[in-house]
Every structure is written in C-alpha cells, then in structure tokens.
Write a protein that binds this ligand. Sequence first.
Ligand SMILES: Cc1ncc(C[n+]2csc(CCOP(=O)(O)OP(=O)(O)O)c2C)c(N)n1
Ligand SMILES: [Mg+2]
Length: 792
Amino acid sequence: MSEATTKGPLSPELLAKMDAYWRAANYLSVGQIYLKDNPLLERPLTLDDVKPRLLGHWGTTPGLNFLYVHWNRLIRERDLNMMYIIGPGHGGPGLVANTYLEGSYTEIYPHIEQNRDGIKRLFRQFSWPYGIPSHVAPETPGSIHEGGELGYSLLHAYGAAFDNPNLIVACVVGDGEAETGPLATSWHGNKFLNPATDGAVLPILHLNGYKIANPTILARIPHAELEELMRGYGYEPFTLEGDDPLVMHQQAAAVFDTMMDRIAEIQKDAREGGSTKRPAWPMLIMRTPKGWTGPKVVDGKPVEGTWRAHQVPLSEIFEKPEHLRQLDEWMRSYKPEELFDEKGKFREELADIAPKGRLRMGMNAHANGGLLLKPLNVPNFRDFAIEIEGRGQKDAESTRSLGQLLHAVMEANKEQKNFRVFGPDETASNRLGDVITGTGKAWMAETLPVDENLSETGRVMEVLSEHMCEGWLEGYLLTGRHGFFNCYEAFIHIIDSMVNQHAKWLKVTRQIPWRKPIASLNYLLSSLVWRQDHNGFSHQDPGFIDHLMNKKAELVRIYLPPDANTLLSVADHCLRSKNNINLIVAGKQPAPQWLPIDEAIAHCTIGLGEWKWASDENPEVVMACCGDVPTLETLAAVCLLKAKVPDLRIRVVNVVDLMALQPQSEHPHGLPDEEFDLLFPVGTPVVFAFHGYPWLIHRLTYRRHNHDNIHVRGYKEEGTTTTPFDMCVLNNIDRFQLALDAIMRVPRLAQTVDAAQQWYSEAIQRHKLYVAENGDDLPEIKDWRWPQELTR
Ligand SMILES: Cc1ncc(C[n+]2csc(CCOP(=O)(O)OP(=O)(O)O)c2C)c(N)n1
Ligand SMILES: [Mg+2]
C-alpha cells in the first residue's frame, strides 16, 4: 500500500477489511445479475453457469455498496441507529448483497444459507421467475423504499426522520433521480426538520454522471455551481471524488466523520443549547464512476464511468465468447477466494466489521414500521357530532367537525408523537383549521409577526407540494406512525403515481409474514367538483376515485359520507385501520345535515342503505345517491316527485362506502347479492346520482341482478365558474333531471312523460335565465329544505 492510501482515519487493517467487504458486496451483486451456478468460481465459468436472461442494473450498485460499508463503520464506532434509503432502487442487488453479508438476510430467509448453496440460491433467485425483484422492494430487509419509480427517496427519508430524534436516515439520491420534480422539491425538507425533536437526514447526491442513456444535468454544471445550488437549498455540501478504491475509502471515512460530527453538533446545540435556528445540515456530493470496478471497455467501447454501465455491461455472453471471458475476469478481480472460505461462508474476520443485531441496517426496526406501530388514541368521535333536529334543517360544514376530531386526536397522541396531518396549504381552506390550533404548523424557516400558528414543533405539515405531502406521509407511515392527508379533490391527481407505488408496496407486504402491518394511508378530498364557486373548471375533477378503484380490492376503501356525522364515523374507522388506502370524499361548504350520530354509525357500518325516513314501502323507483351534493339533489328530486305524483312510491338509498356496491367476490365490503336485491329489487328502476364520473357505478354493479335498470347521473366533464346548482344542471345531475329520469323509468307513468319533459324544460329555462341575470341560484333552489311533512 502506498502512503497516500494509508493516510486517513482508517487503520491499515480496517482499510483492508473494509475494501474486502466492499469487494464481497460487489462480487455478490454481479453474481446475482449473471450466475445460476458456480457461485464461488471454483472452476472456470461456462455458459451453463450463466442465467438465460441477464437482468438487473450494475451501474449504480458499486457506489451504493461503497456507502453501505462506510455506514457500517459509523454505526459500529458511534453506536448509531441508522437507516439506508436508496433512491436508485434499481441497485437492489447491492442491498440484497449487503444484508446477506451482515447476516440479516439469512435470519429472515433461512434457506439463503451462509455457504456455497446459500450463495447459489441468492444468485439464482434474483430477477428469476417467482424469485425476488431486481429493485429494492418489500422483500428486501432494511428497505422502506421501492425506488423503481424514481423521485421519492428524499421525501421518504424526511418522513422517516420526523419524530424519530435518535434516527439517522442516510439517503442516496441518484443524479438522474435528482432531475425529477418530486426530488427537486424535496431538498426543502430541511425547512421542516427540527433538530431537537426529529432525527437527521443525510443526503448523498450520487453523481455517477449518467442516467440510462444520457449524462445528468447536475454532473455537467461546474462543481462550484452545484455546491452553490446545495448551499442555496440550505445545506452544507461536502464532496467526495475519485476512483482509486483505497484512497476513496480513507477520504470517505474522513468526510463521513466530519459530517457525523456536524450532525452531532447540530443536535447538541438544539437539544442541550436550546437553539431553535434552522441549521445547515451536511450533505455529500459523491462523484464516482458509474459501474465503478466493472469492465472498463467492452467491444472496444468505454463502459466503466459511462452510461453504458447502467444495466448489464456484458450482455452478449451467449453470443460472444469474449464476453464470458471478461465476466470471468471481472468477477475474479474481487478475489472471491479471499472473501469466502472453502464452504462458501463469508470469512469471519470480514463479517466481524459489520454491526450486530438490531443495529444492522437490514434489521433496523424503523424499516419494518409495523414492529414499532403503537395504536392511535382516537377520542370518542361522538363528542363532535352534530345534533339533528329535523332532517336537513340545519346546515354545517362537515369537514369542520372532522377538524375538531383531528385536533382531539393530536391532543390524545401528544405524548407518543406519532400522528401528523399533511396538506398542500389547504388545511384551513378545507375547514380543518381546528387541528392547527394548539399544535401549530411545522416551520423552521423565518417567521414574521403577520404569520399565524407557525412553530418549530408544529405537527401539521403544510407545503405547497402534493409530492412532498405524500412522500413525507408515506415515509412516516412506513416507519410505524399514523397520518392524514387533506387535499383539494382535483389536485390529488398530482400524486397518482406515488399512490400507485404505495399500493404496490402494501399489496406485496401483505404476503410477507415478517413485514408487520402499518397504519393506513388516509386521504380526505375536499373542495369538491360540485362546489368550485370561484375556481371553476381547473379545480374540477373527481377522477381520483376511478384511479384508486383500479388497485387491489383488499387495499382500497372509498367513502363518500353525505354529512358531518357520517364523515366522523368514517374518519374514526379509517384512522384505526391498517394496511389500507382509505379515500374520504367530503365537502367543506355549508350543507344540510341528515343523520343523527347513531343512525350515521349504523349506516356507515353497512356502507349503504335505505333512508327509511325518506322512503315508501314497495317502491316503484329507487332514488340512489352517493356523495353530499348528489344526496341533496336526490332528496330535492323526491320532493319534486311527491308534488307531481303524490302516490308514487319511492325508496331513497344512500351509498357511503362505494365498495359495498360490488359483489362480495370482488371486494370484502361487497354487499351479499340477496341484500343488494332487497335494496334494489330486480325489475325496479334505479336513478343513481353519483359524485364522480358516472361509468364507475356501472363498473361496480355490472354483475348485480338489477344492473340493466340502473341509470346513473354524474360528472361528465362539464365544468366552469358558475353557481353550485348550475354545475348540477350542466352535468344533468340536478333535481329536475333526476325527477324526470324517475318519471321516464316508471312504467305506469308512461303517459305523463311528454308533460314531464315540458315541465323539465321550463324549469331549466327559468333557472338559466335567473342565473344569467342575477349571478346566483334561484331562492327556491338555494333555500330549499327537505319538507318536514315528507319525513316518515
Ligand atoms: C420516474 C421514473 N422515470 C424513468 C425511469 C426509468 N429509469 C430507470 S433508471 C433511470 C436512470 C436513473 O439515473 P440515476 O438516478 O442517475 O441512477 P443511477 O445512475 O445511479 O443508475 C431511468 C430514467 C424511472 N425508473 N422512474
Ligand atoms: Mg446516475
């Protein structure tokens, strides 16, 4: 060893062991991509040893492995509680290799033994049918992050660090990943992280220079500019650059010691010195070659240090003998005989430098959040119920009651600090303001006297980025806590893709016995399509319901409570549930209140049911509704019908739990067919007013016996800035339309259809003229109340 390589904090012995450890991780990573046999290279490689399909990503992996070895040293020397999140999750083989070397993999999967057979199985299972995925995944010990879809690593890291003061979350951000919108905004997590009460996030920008086929932006701006960028985000940037492994180990050890010391100082200042300043947390820019230590040149073209190293650098093993030879040479360059004994066991003296027990990153309990999950204390939601005196006589903002419940939940969990509310600047606008009082909103940036409720210990997380809210909440849930996300209905689509990934994670974890259930991901969508009084078309889109509906039935719950008491009951249920994605859609505008709390609870428990107080025996038509505005319009339509055809027998059915409409075979909440048939008798027409796109109701009910008689009205993409009732008219979900629909569907009223159509046209014309002239809805519409004499 030259003097240059021995200079640094690592003793020559430790340096040699760390380098050998890193070589072992690299060896096992390459082996996973290529080999199905001959795992220790005890004979020259032949084509029979090589997998028929070469799948996986080499390029990012050596850098990730390098960091793992260094985290191991820091954990051992400083007794750290550390998690590792890798943004380029396609570096999966690296994390599998490292958790194998530290022993956690074998503990969780005993068939992957610490010997030749075990390594062979480890190699074979990777990217193999029914084996393990090529990315980090729920199957990977120590991971809370899939990383197949790039962009969310730093958000997950911050989410994990909130309220975990003793945790350090090391997070690798790919330089390509850093170009994504969600990642680009995530650097701002440091404006919300409190060094006294939260853990630390240690971002590593992995500047290997390339993506799949292109250079990365951040690798091609002057280094000083990149450092300025990071300083501008409020970090203290450190740099590590080079490609000589031994020199790099020493330099890395030195820089990580400095960074860890900085973190310790920052935390001490805040925890003992009482500093409330926003610190400049350290971050690292790590400039190393893509595919470091891999083949330098293949077929005459440079590979190491270029984008060509991204996936499988030698991809024509079966076509080109030279590739097989190069693979053999590459794998032997790691000197496997020095790393594994004759039985294939990782050599004791090398294994010994890894942390032990729960300190191993593959065994960190935070990465299996369900292990740490404490039940949420949910106070009695009946305390916030609205008194109902006469159906629909009193208006209330339903979400305001929910805000009171959420505030009480905050208070009840103040000690255990495991509940946060997330929202993109809309928590107050969504009438959930009560949750902000008391605890305040998290904020570590500057404040001015004009600000309200900003606090470094705030527990409501508000930032105008749906990506940040979603990513933080996911990280918070995945590490064993509880949360609630409120958002405008139209803009929740921004995180469609993120919820997809979370749904995949939950689906897979349900099949993995060692992954314990985590708290559900809860959404409240408010500021709904029907009531965009000053925003209009841009703010109108109920399609997130359809989006979630595609996910695995066992995961997804969708609720449309029609009033405050049903909302409270639904929210209570969601806050207590596990491993689900719960979507609640509820309006924030003053609206009539229908059900006393006991009735609300009973109604929500079944998920749908007849509102007997508004219904007749032996119905000739069923007026069904789902959502608060459709419920109002339906009841108003019943009232119109009663005036026009006093002896018409009508049943009102309200649906809170959309999933109950499906057959039981499709969803665990599905109503049994016999009960469905009692509610919607075969042959009886159903006029169904739905909050969202109408086709969804057909999709959910197409197997029901009475499906041919279900006629749905819903949002059909007619949006604008207009009056609330005119929105209904534009989409044909208004009370006049629903009443006309009923008349047109009831056979004995066939003779009256022409007259009813005439009546409908006149009513709509009157409405249109009035709205155009007065800029507001007709008083008889606006002030309409359910007539008490119609209550049975
Ligand atoms: C959101 C998203 N877009 C595109 C891809 C396809 N993709 C997979 S890897 C990759 C390049 C990643 O580059 P980088 O983050 O620099 O990772 P590394 O160089 O460490 O492999 C791309 C574009 C993806 N996985 N996710
Ligand atoms: Mg890259």
